[in-house]
Design a protein around this ligand. Structure first.
Ligand code: BMA
Length: 347
């Protein structure tokens, strides 16, 4: 391989909505942090596919500013968590019309085996890439992704900007694209080819690409160990749950500081792409943990958005629901001037 990848991005005089989103996220660095929630409109505690519902809105009186979706099991009717792709498309268009921002992750099956993202057997990245013996199987998957992304349009035909966050948490060893099953070089080639194919071969111009390692780093060099290169990435992220679980807020601050330092140096956006306390097991997590790390320093305040994971049911959730003891704490968190929900973003 490879592959120059500048097409479809940062051309001069580009006033497209995706550039507006990118500029906005850059401009708020150091001032505001958008709050996001995975699958927010699709389901919550005690409800499922009820139009207009949202646990964030139920508790805080506004929708989130960032809405996360996952395209694992693309090609099936439903995604890996049972949300129909037709619904995801409709939610994403709705988010765009409401003035919110969509981000998409991909708990991808292994295209060679069909096994899920967590299955570490039968991994052969080289075979998936150009010249490899199973390249066509990977292309089939990427074509499904491209077709889905292309289908996300308003009635007027306007494209909806998407923050695409493929191959996330790649420093860890729990996904098939992780560090125990593919080398750094293979990983970079996988990432590069994915972005190259969607942008240059498929002509998708509405994507911002996020590189989103887990907490497996303590230096900028380690953070960038699997970084595919500046022309493939727009947003530098961090996925970190376990530092909170282990009460290592100092480590979250250090890691976010590295992410925002690297972002500043590269002229890119920094984001806390995934975090949370499952079941809100930590007391007043939003103000005693999340707000503390986001507001810890000039560096951490340069994060443009933070997103927590989904509210599946009472045994797996990240945002309090009506009646939950941390409702008030969540309202205190979002009422901080720095934190933006959709209503703040629109104002
Ligand atoms: C994990 C859990 C799983 C889910 C996966 C992909 O963190 O929420 O239940 O299938 O994310 O969304």
């Amino acid at each position: 391989m490879l592959l120059s990848c500048n097409m479809g991005r940062k051309e001069k005089n580009d006033y497209s909505t995706v550039r507006q989103v990118e500029n906005y996220l850059s401009e708020i660095a150091g001032k505001n942090i958008l709050f996001g929630h995975q699958d927010d409109l699709a389901y919550g505690i005690g409800w499922k596919s009820v139009p207009g519902e949202s646990d964030v809105n139920r508790v805080a009186g506004s929708y989130p500013a960032i809405f996360g979706w996952d395209i694992g099991n693309i090609g099936d009717n439903n995604n890996l968590d049972g949300v129909p792709f037709d619904s995801i498309r409709a939610y994403m268009v709705r988010v765009h019309k409401m003035g919110g921002i969509n981000t998409v992750s991909w708990h991808s099956r292994n295209p060679l085996t069909g096994f899920d993202a967590w299955n570490l057997t039968g991994v052969d990245i080289t075979a998936m890439l150009p010249g490899g013996k199973s390249h066509s199987k990977f292309i089939e998957q990427l074509d499904l992704v491209a077709d889905f992304f292309k289908s996300i349009k308003t009635e007027k035909g306007d494209e909806v900007p998407i923050i695409f966050r493929p191959w996330h948490e790649m420093l860890g060893d729990w996904f098939w694209w992780g560090s125990s099953t593919c080398t750094d070089e293979e990983f970079k080639n996988l990432f590069k080819f994915t972005v190259y194919y969607l942008r240059n071969e498929k002509g998708l111009k509405n994507l911002l690409i996020a590189y989103s390692p887990d907490k497996g780093f303590t230096t900028p060099e380690e953070y960038l160990r699997r970084y595919p290169g500046d022309s493939y990435v727009d947003i530098l992220g961090l996925d970190d749950y376990s530092d909170f679980k282990q009460n290592r807020l100092d480590m979250v601050v250090i890691r976010l500081g590295i992410v925002t330092d690297v972002a500043l140096e590269k002229g890119k956006i920094a984001a806390f792409t995934e975090t949370g306390s499952d079941k809100l097991e930590i007391d007043n997590w939003y103000t005693s943990n999340l707000l503390q790390v986001l507001n810890a320093s000039e560096k951490t305040r340069r994060v443009s958005y933070v997103m927590v994971w989904r509210n599946r049911d009472t045994s797996h959730f990240y945002v309090p629901y009506p009646g939950h003891e941390q409702e008030e704490d969540f309202r205190n968190f979002v009422s901080n001037k720095m934190i933006f929900l959709l209503d703040d973003l629109k104002n």
